[in-house]
Design a protein around this ligand. Structure first.
Ligand SMILES: [Zn+2]
Length: 238
């Protein structure tokens, strides 16, 4: 199991660790700050320095509880070597801002429009895609939702991650927003949730800014009609 330092502190930019395993160009460390692709969010990138040699971390993936750092080139290292990792902070911080922006919009939709109105999201360093399943949703309504999310964001709500017991989690309706999420939750002893105080709480394994003021202004960059009850939008942050 890789210790996930990013869950203790999403603002950690570098860390010391030990190489546990090398498999081709993939390296497993005892602990890491590198976030793997998952939950609709792209992976971190950065540098891993071992034995005085720096290697680019081009991709990060997760298999069960183990995180794999995919290096550019063949790693000159072995199990037991000390390692120092540094993530590309600008990219990560941007991913965090977009991720919280999507939750903020989800919170607005859940509370004021339609529970389950947002069915998915994909977060990139320079944009986010959001899928809606709302009857009659048009560009004007999306703009209104964005305006309301921006107003809520400017109020400066704290964003916290915490663990709920299974009982606490099951007692809260709509904590998991997707069918696979609801299935997954049934098998968990404790459920990590991300709360935007006063706005939204949902099951989430991702990383977020500490306060909604850090998001900045959300703008609508695209509106795609994918069917009667299926719309996809793209947002950008200023
Ligand atoms: Zn999320």
């Amino acid at each position: 199991m890789t210790v996930k330092l990013y869950w203790n502190d999403a603002y950690l930019k570098e860390f010391d660790s030990v190489v546990e395993k090398v498999e081709g160009n993939r390296v497993v460390l005892r602990e890491t700050v590198f976030y793997p692709t998952g939950g609709g969010v792209m992976n971190d990138t950065g540098m891993l320095t071992v034995n005085g040699v720096g290697c680019r971390v081009a991709d990060v993936s997760r298999e069960g509880d183990v995180i794999f750092h995919h290096l550019e080139g063949i790693p000159q290292m072995k199990a037991g070597d000390s390692a120092h990792g540094t993530i590309d902070w600008d990219r990560r911080y941007s991913l965090m801002r977009y991720h919280t922006a999507v939750h903020l919009m989800d919170g607005v939709v859940e509370r004021k429009y339609q529970a389950g109105g947002i069915t998915g999201g994909q977060i990139f360093p320079d944009r986010a895609r959001i899928d809606f399943a709302m009857t009659g949703l048009n560009r004007e309504m999306v703009q209104k939702i964005i305006d309301e999310a921006n107003a809520a964001g400017r109020e400066g709500h704290n964003v916290l991650a915490k663990n709920l017991t299974k009982e606490e989690a099951l007692a809260r309706p709509n904590l998991a927003r997707t069918e696979p999420g609801r299935e997954m939750m049934k098998g968990m002893d404790s459920v990590r949730v991300v709360e935007i105080e006063g706005i939204d709480m949902q099951m989430d394994g991702g990383l977020h800014v500490a306060n909604t003021k850090e998001i900045g202004k959300i703008t609508l960059n695209g509106f795609e009609n994918k069917g009667k009850n299926s719309k996809r939008i793209e947002i950008k942050l200023e």
